[in-house]
Write a protein that binds this ligand. Structure first.
Ligand SMILES: Cc1cn([C@H]2C[C@H](O)[C@@H](COP(=O)(O)OP(=O)(O)OP(=O)(O)O)O2)c(=O)[nH]c1=O
Length: 198
């Protein structure tokens, strides 16, 4: 059976793939994530996910490799991880009281082919005051997350509604990932009926 590698250092992605009951190992891919000039958000997350997968696949040609990239998108602008509290404050101010998109590109290299797709979730934030943003930025939660918030943590308090996949916001859309893996013959507990570890 083909071995699956998750090309990611993200603990959220590890937890989500584990949730699917898929056997995998982990190799992080360190790549330059700078957007190209005028690159559209969807192209960007798909390109970065592909580059992460390719980087790891080059070392493990006989394995299947899964990678993802998540960005927050507001008015077409791509928000990555805030470098510091000042950048985080600017991001939260842009997200306050409105709807933005969270886009995740996923790439699976398996059986000599590379498949890439992206999933979009609309996330609506309540209006945030400066003191609340500053209190949030004093925690360490925002700094390793696109857009400077985590819906699965304290940042969930800012979210009034979402439309689309929740797991996509956290970094790996479960349904689409499962469908991609299944199409390439990579089994999960759903294919094997093995729920003993759940
Ligand atoms: C919006 C949002 C993002 N995130 C996370 C998901 C991703 O891990 C991260 C975006 O950064 P990414 O560059 O997509 O991923 P990463 O650097 O964490 O991991 P790797 O490249 O090694 O796979 O933001 C949340 O955990 N919650 C949220 O609500």
């Amino acid at each position: 059976m083909t071995q699956l590698i998750l090309a990611s250092a993200s603990p959220r992605r590890h937890a989500l793939l584990t949730q699917l009951g898929v056997s995998f190992s982990v190799q992080s891919a360190d790549i330059d994530e700078t957007p190209m000039p005028a690159e559209a958000a969807r192209e960007y997350v798909e390109r970065i996910a592909s580059e992460k997968a390719k980087t790891v696949a080059a070392f493990y040609p006989n394995c299947a490799v899964l990678a993802a990239d998540t960005s927050v998108v507001v008015d077409g602008d791509i928000l990555g991880k805030p470098a510091d509290a000042r950048a985080g404050l600017a991001m939260l101010a842009r997200l306050s009281g409105r709807t933005h998109q969270v886009m995740t590109g996923i790439c699976l290299i398996a059986n000599s082919s590379s498949i890439v797709e992206s999933v979009i979730t609309d996330v609506t934030f309540a209006g945030l005051d400066r003191a609340t943003c500053e209190a949030y930025l004093a925690t360490d939660e925002p700094y390793d997350k696109a857009g400077g918030y985590g819906i699965q943590g304290l940042g969930g308090a800012f979210v009034t509604s979402i439309q689309g996949s929740y797991s996509n916001v956290v970094g790996l859309p479960l349904h689409e990932t499962w469908a991609l893996l299944t199409a390439q013959g990579i089994p999960s507990h759903l294919t094997t009926g093995d729920l003993r570890n759940e």
